[in-house]
Write a protein that binds this ligand. Structure first.
Ligand SMILES: Nc1nc2c(c(=O)[nH]1)N[C@H]1C(S)=C(S)[C@@H](COP(=O)(O)O)O[C@H]1N2
Ligand SMILES: [Mo]
Length: 373
């Protein structure tokens, strides 16, 4: 799996009672960044506003023409393809909402010490590339193949293990067409930015962020289940460190609202004037299409149906919803929750796990409605 370099690495841990963010979490929080929630107004997140999460360093790719994506392992014919060669295949563009599996983890108690997301680790882009199944068909997976492993060009140490960033998908998902996994070379019609995986990345619609391998340089077909660090150690739902745990896979439903009015600089409490306030936001689920969105203006006591826009043919993208609120002077807490077609919902009290993965607690937005002018 990788060389052990325990001396430079800290184990996964939980914050103690009342422990604030330390320099380690602050260092992650300043390198990585979330989506400013007001950017949910755009169907497609403008460049630079999409959330970013990178475990190690962003690789410096000097010469894109020299990049090779290899497809090897249990295949009849190994491939080695440049980004220019990949562009000669029929291109597919899919609008996909990505969300980090650790989104919301900083709100958990106890807090898993890691990238301290509140709720903003999300973004939506039009990804263009070649369907993975086309490349795997060309290479020809041999009988007995079970997993497909994706290796990024970035390298680091995690919990004492030196490693490349590496994740796998079961063969039926890698070769499936619903969702259709892409080897993407473009984002929103332009080249991939360095932080989003230039020159090539994997896009797995409906799956949490860890599956979306950036700086993709190698695809290996295995006849045994992949047990790499990001598959078997990280990204498992566990209560105890000793548990094998359940793998993190598809995105649980979540709705977020664009905080209305204007913010206080430090508390970020919102200020609105009395009267009708148009509240809007986005909702998504990787498990089934979103079926309903509800809004509460009294901190989750009463729930009212929101207007949910159709998906406009974009099954894997967030959907816009809206709600008219008659604001009266005073303090309020606005919330929103989504339910998907498979009956998955958002909890008012979040079940906990050590990594803080796949949580989807209902968002709370404090709003102060000031007296009329
Ligand atoms: N090679 C590589 N791919 C990676 C990562 C990484 O650190 N290295 N981080 C993953 C995680 S945890 C997330 S949430 C998504 C974030 O994708 P984005 O930065 O394009 O939003 O990338 C995934 N792909
Ligand atoms: Mo992530």
């Amino acid at each position: 799996m990788g060389r052990r370099i325990a001396d430079v690495s800290t184990p996964a841990r939980l914050a103690g009672p009342g422990e604030g963010l330390g320099p380690d979490e602050l260092a992650l929080a300043t390198r990585n960044h979330g989506l400013p929630l007001e950017a949910m107004r755009y169907d497609v997140t403008p460049p630079g506003l999409h959330y970013v999460l990178t475990h190690y360093d962003i690789p410096h790719v000097l010469d894109e023409a020299a990049w090779r994506l290899t497809v090897n392992g249990r295949v009849r014919r190994a491939l080695s393809l440049s980004p220019a060669q990949l562009r000669t295949y029929p291109a597919v563009t899919t609008r996909v909402t990505l969300e980090c599996a650790g989104n919301g983890r900083a709100l958990l108690t106890p807090r898993p010490v890691s990238q301290p997301w509140l709720v903003e680790a999300v973004g939506t882009a039009d990804w263009t590339g070649v369907p993975l199944r086309v490349l795997l068909r060309e290479a020809g997976a041999r009988p007995g193949a079970v997993d497909v492993v994706f290796t990024g060009a970035d390298h680091g140490v995690e919990r004492g293990v030196e490693q490349d960033y590496r994740r796998s998908l079961p063969l039926p998902i890698a070769t499936g067409d619903d969702p259709e996994v892409l080897v993407a070379y473009a984002m929103n019609g332009g080249p991939l930015p360095p932080q989003h995986g230039s020159p090539l990345r994997l896009v797995v619609p409906g799956w949490y962020g860890m599956a979306q391998v950036k700086w993709l340089r190698d695809i290996t077909v295995l006849d045994t289940p992949f047990t790499g660090f990001q598959q078997s150690v990280a990204y498992r739902i566990r209560q105890d460190p000793e548990e094998v745990g359940e793998p993190v896979t598809l995105i649980a439903p979540r709705a977020l609202l664009i905080p209305p009015g204007f913010p206080d600089f430090m508390s970020r409490t919102r200020v609105v004037a009395p009267g009708t306030v148009a509240v809007e936001g986005r909702a998504w689920s990787g498990r089934a299409p979103v079926a309903a969105v509800e809004v509460s203006t009294d901190d989750g006591q009463a729930w009212h149906p929101a207007e949910l826009e159709p998906d406009h043919g974009h099954r894997w993208a967030w959907r816009r919803w809206s709600f008219l609120w008659s604001a009266v002077p005073g303090d309020h807490v606005l919330s929103v929750r989504a339910r998907d077609g498979a009956g998955n919902t958002q909890p008012a009290e979040q079940p906990w796990n050590r990594g803080g993965f796949a949580n989807n607690l209902v968002q709370r937005v404090p709003v102060f409605c000031r007296a009329p002018a």
